[in-house]
Each structure stands twice: as C-alpha cells, then as structure tokens.
Design a protein around this ligand. Structure first.
Ligand SMILES: C[S@@+](CC[C@H](N)C(=O)[O-])C[C@H]1O[C@@H](n2cnc3c(N)ncnc32)[C@H](O)[C@@H]1O
Length: 296
C-alpha cells in the first residue's frame, strides 16, 4: 500500500488495503485513482458507470514502464493484442450504453535483426534486453523483417469482431514531432485514435469540430514534449483529450482512463468539470498523478 503525504491542496482520502485514492477539486468535481492492473481493477467496477473512456495503453515493445505485469512486453503479437482487447472488453462493460471510447494506439516495426552488438547506452534494446520484435525467426504472424506490424488495426479488428462498434479511425497527426532515425522509409508522424461505441445510439457532439473549423478525422495536434519532472509516461497532449471530451462526453459526464500514466485524461476532464477515474500499474506514476490532481 502506498502512503501519501501531501502538503498542498485538499488532501485526498486513502482507502486502506485497496490502493485507491479519491478526492475532489476546488469546484467539487470527484476523482479517484486506483493503483493496479487495469483488467483486475476494471473487473471490480460496476456495469454502465462511465460516459467516456480516453486512453493510451502501452505500445508493443516501445517503452519499459518498470513494473511487473506491464502490458507491452509480450513475447507474441497475439498475446499483446489479447491483453489490450481483454482490457477493452471490460471497459465496454463499465461504459454506459451510450458511452464512447477513444483508444490511442501506435505501431511497432518487426526488425528481426537479433542481438545488438553495439554499446549504445540509450538503446531501447539494452534497457529491455532482447525485444521480441528484434528476435530473428519471425514473429509467428507471417511478416518479413522490416515490416510494420499493424498493431492498431489488429487490435481494432479484434475488438469489432467482438461487440465494439468502430465508428471512426481518427488520425492524430503529431505536429512537429521529432523525425525517426530512419533512412530507407518516410518517418512516421501520425497515430490512430479509434473512436468506438457500444450501441447504435450514443453521445456525439459534432458542433466543436464544425465551429473550430477542425479537420474532422485528421487531428493535427503537437506531441507533448518530454516532461522535466522525472516521470516519463509518454503522456498525450491535453488538446487531444479535450477534443475527445468535446465531441464524445456530456459536459457533466464521467470519464475513465484505465492506463492513466501521469493522469492527463483525468486532469483535463476534471478541469472541464467532468468527474474522472484512473487506473495505473506503476505506483510512482499514481503518486505523481494524485499530487497533481490534489492541486486542482
Ligand atoms: C502510454 S502510457 C499512458 C500515458 C498517459 N496517457 C499520460 O498522459 O500520462 C501507458 C501507461 O500504462 C501503464 N500500464 C502498463 N501496464 C499496465 C497494466 N497492466 N495496468 C494498468 N496500467 C498499465 C504504464 O505504467 C503507463 O503509465
């Protein structure tokens, strides 16, 4: 159990024994943060609870979040896809019937080049050991070395084959993002934000897209610079969350992020007057998020 001592803001209550914090903003908007595995925590939550979920799960073999049980380091693509889909199926259950899910996913290449011989201390592979996507011999999904795996669509297709309705694959064009260190293909500058719903009738407000003259399904939003606070969760930009909220969540709605990281979704939701619930496996990230939320 984490213990938190906070010197600023209204002190959040800590519910002993279940790694959960909760509090409210100065405008009395409620939040709660659960430390733990997303799938396990979601299983404890009641049906039909949230208006909207906005989340960015760990990508496949791109980052080490330093905790046992983290998603993203599975040996096979199938295991990774299943881990995300199982978690999203619990999100389905806890979303209200007219609820909306925005799922941000990025892709990974299969390099198949084997063990690194270099001494680059910054190399992801050194931090990870030998990544599944660098092992020679194929990934078991019939793709060649140097192929992009197609992770977002593999997840999206499996979710739609179950019960989710995929309403829109939104492209997040990551404006001004650093170019990748590649010479034999274009550098990538976009990711997907899949808009999923549960039923044929759901909450959707198109007006903000029209009023602000935004491209409707290509969102050009600058990627967030690396934080100087020692917490590196690969946070998504506030503006991305705000746009999802504007179109997919009632003004007084409730918002869920099962991979909360530093708590961007929760913070932006709370500032906009919506209640927020987060789940995060890394206890340091939880404490960081709780500290921030306590100051709102
Ligand atoms: C891409 S980051 C989310 C960043 C977040 N959107 C933000 O703005 O900070 C993914 C998060 O999922 C967490 N995570 C990994 N495996 C998890 C699991 N099984 N259950 C819950 N959280 C997990 C990681 O620790 C990481 O903080």
């Amino acid at each position: 159990m984490s213990t938190l001592k906070l010197s600023v803001g209204p002190a959040p209550k800590i519910i002993t024994g279940c790694n959960k914090w909760h509090g409210q903003t100065s405008r009395f908007v409620h939040w709660e943060m659960h430390a733990g595995d997303a799938l396990q925590v979601l299983r404890q939550m009641p049906d039909d609870s949230y208006n909207c979920a906005i989340t960015s799960p760990p990508y496949y073999w791109l980052r080490d979040y330093g905790v046992d049980g983290q998603i993203g380091k599975e040996e096979t693509v199938e295991e990774y896809v299943n881990a995300i889909v199982s978690t999203m199926n619990e999100v389905y259950r806890v979303l209200k019937p007219d609820g909306v899910l925005f799922l941000n996913l990025g892709d990974t290449y299969y390099s198949g080049k084997g063990e690194s011989q270099g001494i680059d201390r910054k190399s992801n592979k050194r931090r990870f050991g030998l990544r599944a996507v660098d092992k020679s011999g194929g990934l078991g999904i019939g793709i060649q070395r140097k192929s992009i795996i197609g992770i977002p669509w593999r997840v999206a297709i499996k979710m739609s084959a179950n019960k989710w309705v995929l309403r829109c694959p939104i492209i997040w064009h990551r404006e001004h993002c650093l170019p990748e260190n590649v010479k034999d293909r274009p550098s990538r500058s976009y990711e997907f934000v899949f808009m999923f719903v549960k039923s044929r009738k759901y909450y959707f407000n198109r007006q903000p897209l029209i009023e602000k003259n935004f491209d409707e399904d290509v969102w050009t939003i600058a990627a967030r610079p690396k934080q100087a606070n020692g917490i590196d969760t690969a946070p998504f930009p506030d503006e991305l969350v705000q746009r999802c909220l504007d179109i997919g969540c009632p003004k007084d709605g409730s918002v869920l992020d099962p991979f909360a990281g530093s708590g961007t979704t929760m913070r932006v939701a709370l500032v906009s007057g919506r209640s927020a619930t987060g789940i995060e496996l890394n206890p340091d990230f939880c404490e960081h998020a709780v500290k921030n939320l306590s100051n709102l």
